[in-house]
Write a protein that binds this ligand. Structure first.
Ligand code: ATP
Length: 588
């Protein structure tokens, strides 16, 4: 049994110090005096919480409710409490004052234990429905009735989310190392346990109960999010290959939201990069994982990207942001469908893979993912060649990605939970050229549609006009912005221009399913322009071997029937737009 008074005393001393070492000493002392049964609870409480962050449950006492509870417990009027609070500015101080000056003296005060405090706070957090507010007030007033003034202060700060002792997670880890790990050197093992579980309470219980040996054997477990591994950044393929020992696995760096999936049988939970639970936001991702992951239990990482359901092309990050909502998920799911690109396997069927090298983890991932249109393992190459890496980078950008993530394949390329290190190196576009104006482009080819668009075109291949050479150079593939009516009419409208092979005046590396004479002009707005290895507009002018491309193009609805193909936007104009809008992307 541990009295809450012991905790309150420690809090008071911690508040009085500005020195981190003193803070650690105070915590060490508290943790040493804490019985194992309440170890986890004490650790959460020092953080002003009752659960680790990834559990979406807060005690959630609003100011009004707090005032009521203090009024009840002290036998004073709510208005008096409110007035004092306005002056003091802190509900903890107010509670301390009024509890010290109680009108109704209780004769049979029960000393508060940590157990009782914790259980009561837990009941408050779980209270829901119509009677929730009254229940919370009476539970809280019950605690205050038995509290000393000092205890009342800290209870009130805890329930209102204002404890703010400044005890960082890392400070608790230091204190645990000294209290139970045999000294500061134990910190790195304890920290690893924390990084693979995000649960300070569980880590504390493990080290207190099983010591350093126990913490060294700490394994990841389903339901406890693993802190994300992050990448360093370099700006040339040469530097990257050199840093990674001459050879690496390079993967597309998809531009979406990171998801850590915890699959346990038929149940799957999702966590965000910041380890918040986001299962409710992505029922479609959960369904994909349930259907296409061939393992009973697994912890996997993926980038979730918005896609155009008809063309399968990736949409911009902004489009995915429409999925960040609490209500109307069903509709948002229809309008903004997603694909998953899997990029790591941290645990599969009883095996903790976090300490295995990346090639082993990637292999495990490839083994269990049954790929479909909507779920794929991240596109990759294994390379030791600068040119090949650069080409793959261009291709990634062209396909709607931010660039590449180049990953170490060395024997020590473990999953560095919670760390930004050199085992992963990102190679991103340095420049971004935004598009503000629409362009008029010539339809030179088309691709057959899939799904809802079967029987019509999924996307059109569009070109700009090079007036000097008198040719049409492809600049983008556009499948967005067409109404159902447009889609029904397009094949009819383009039918009379259909030809059996690429028109001699059309320059294209891409092979379209259908080719047209360059006649029809449509208006398009894109989000930005990039260099591209597959489009040939203004090729070789900015960089050898690269043309310019328009990313995320959308048909505006205007068929420029008034324009002939030679009146379309020229390659020179596109080049000028690219240069004018070019801006350095801020370093991240
Ligand atoms: P950024 O703005 O560059 O995403 P960041 O700090 O969020 O910065 P980084 O460490 O730079 O993260 O890059 C890693 C992020 O890239 C991951 O969090 C993940 O969301 C995303 N990502 C996309 N594709 C991959 C991939 N194939 N492998 C790993 N991460 C990927």
């Amino acid at each position: 049994m541990l009295k809450y008074a012991v905790i309150a005393d420690t809090y008071e001393k911690i508040e009085a110090t500005t020195k981190r070492l003193e803070m650690i000493d105070l915590l060490v002392n508290l943790l040493k005096n804490t019985p194992i049964e309440v170890m986890g609870k004490v650790v959460y409480l020092t953080q002003g919480k009752i659960y680790p962050d990834f559990v979406n449950l807060e005690i959630g006492v609003a100011e009004k409710l707090a005032v009521k509870a203090v009024a009840w417990a002290s036998g004073r009027k709510e208005s008096e409490i409110q007035k004092n609070l306005e002056m003091a500015g802190d509900i903890g101080d107010t509670a301390q004052t009024f509890i010290a000056d109680k009108r109704q003296v209780t004769f049979f005060q029960q000393p508060l234990t940590v157990q009782r405090i914790y259980e009561t706070l837990e009941k408050m957090a779980k209270a829901s429905g119509s009677g929730a507010i009254d229940l919370k007030i009476s539970l809280l007033a019950g605690l205050l009735a038995d509290a000393t003034p000092k205890e009342a202060k800290y209870i009130m700060r805890t329930v209102t989310g204002n404890l703010r002792l400044g005890i960082a997670d890392m400070t608790v880890l230091d204190a645990l190392a000294v209290a139970y790990g045999g000294g500061k050197e134990a910190r790195k093992f304890i920290e690893r346990a924390y990084n693979v579980s995000s649960d300070l309470g569980r880590v504390a219980v493990t080290v207190a109960e099983k010591g350093l040996e126990g913490i060294k054997k700490f394994r990841v477990s389903i339901g406890k999010p693993i802190r994300s591994m992050l990448a360093e950044r370099l700006s040339s393929p040469e530097e990257i290959l050199e840093k990674l020992g001459g050879k690496c696995i390079a993967e597309y760096k998809y531009d979406g939201e990171r998801i850590q999936a915890h699959k346990e049988g038929a149940k799957t939970m999702l966590f965000s990069r910041r380890l918040e639970s986001i299962s409710d936001q992505y029922p479609d991702a959960i369904e994909l994982l349930n259907n296409y992951v061939n393992a009973e239990d697994a912890i996997l990482e993926a980038e979730c990207v918005a896609i155009d359901p008809d063309t399968g092309e990736m949409r911009s990050f902004q489009e995915l942001m429409h999925r960040r909502r609490k209500y109307g998920i069903g509709k948002a799911m229809e309008e903004y469908p997603i694909s998953l690109f899997m990029f790591d396997a941290l645990y599969v069927d009883g095996k903790d893979l976090t300490l295995k090298p990346y090639p082993v983890r990637r292999h495990a991932l490839e083994e269990i993912i049954k790929e479909s249109d909507r779920i794929k393992v991240a596109q990759h190459i294994v390379t030791d060649d600068v040119k090949e890496l650069e080409k793959f980078f261009q291709e990634a950008v062209e396909n709607g990605c931010e660039g590449l993530l180049c990953k170490s394949i060395a024997g020590d390329s473990v999953y560095q939970a919670g760390a930004r290190g050199w085992l992963w190196i990102k190679y991103k576009r340095d420049y971004k050229s935004e598009m503000t104006d629409t362009v008029d482009l010539v339809v030179v080819g088309a691709f057959h549609g899939r799904g809802k668009r079967a029987g019509t075109y999924g996307a059109l291949l569009l070109a700009a006009y090079d007036a000097e050479k008198d040719v049409f150079e492809t600049v983008t593939k556009c499948g967005t912005g067409f109404t159902d009516e447009d889609l029904a009419n397009l094949p009819k409208m383009l039918q009379k221009h259909k030809i059996t092979q690429k028109h001699p005046r059309v320059k294209s590396i891409i092979k379209a399913d259908v080719w047209f004479e360059p006649v029809v002009v449509i208006e398009v707005l894109g989000a930005e322009m990039t260099l591209s290895p597959v489009h040939v507009c203004a090729i070789d002018t900015i960089r050898k071997g690269s043309g310019l491309a328009i990313r995320f193009p959308r048909f505006t609805g205007n068929y420029r029937l008034d324009k002939s193909a030679e009146d379309a936007t020229t390659s020179a104009e596109i080049l000028k737009m690219y240069r004018n809008q070019l801006r350095k992307i801020s370093e991240t």
